[in-house]
Write a protein that binds this ligand. Structure first.
Ligand SMILES: [Zn+2]
Length: 157
């Protein structure tokens, strides 16, 4: 019996040792075993491994060095064998994953808007250097065109 990595409640075993070999137990109908329910690409085993790495890296924010240390110290055991998640916490993981994907989608949207602002600057001309803010106006536009994104600064002004 293993324990949930989050709440430490007991989880049914996912593997067994048979003749010195690790044998994965059938998922059965227990919801706790539905670790592939996150929509990671690939087969079930890869999806479970990705979920474990997602839990360590994105949910628990474990740094890359420590993550490599944990993955390296597990020997021949794949990550899905040494991390268990109970059904209650699995629901929370799936909620986190949905939100994570939504944030990524919104970040892409913001990047598209930023790109559109930059494109407008690239495609427009004005009376450069004229007026009280002329020099600043030109400097900001040049900064953007030279690859330094200062779109946020422009919005704040
Ligand atoms: Zn739990």
């Amino acid at each position: 019996m293993s324990s949930c990595i989050f709440c430490a409640s007991p989880c049914p075993p996912k593997f067994d040792f048979v003749g010195g070999q690790i044998r994965k137990l059938s998922s059965g109908t227990h919801k706790n075993s539905s670790a592939n329910s996150l929509s990671f690409k690939g087969d079930g085993v890869i999806a479970q491994q990705l979920q474990v790495i997602f839990i360590l890296k994105d949910i628990l924010k474990i740094g890359q060095d420590k993550l490599c240390e944990f993955l390296g110290s597990s020997g021949k055991l794949h990550p899905e064998y040494w991390i268990s998640v109970c059904s209650s916490c699995q629901d929370a993981v799936e909620l986190f994953y949905k939100t994570f994907k939504e944030v990524a989608r919104l970040e892409n949207k913001l990047n598209e808007y930023s790109y559109e602002f930059k494109r407008r600057i690239q495609n427009s001309k004005g009376d450069e250097g004229i007026g009280p803010t002329g020099m600043l106006w030109e400097a900001i536009r040049n900064e953007v065109l030279n690859g330094n994104q200062i779109i946020n600064v422009i919005i704040m002004i």
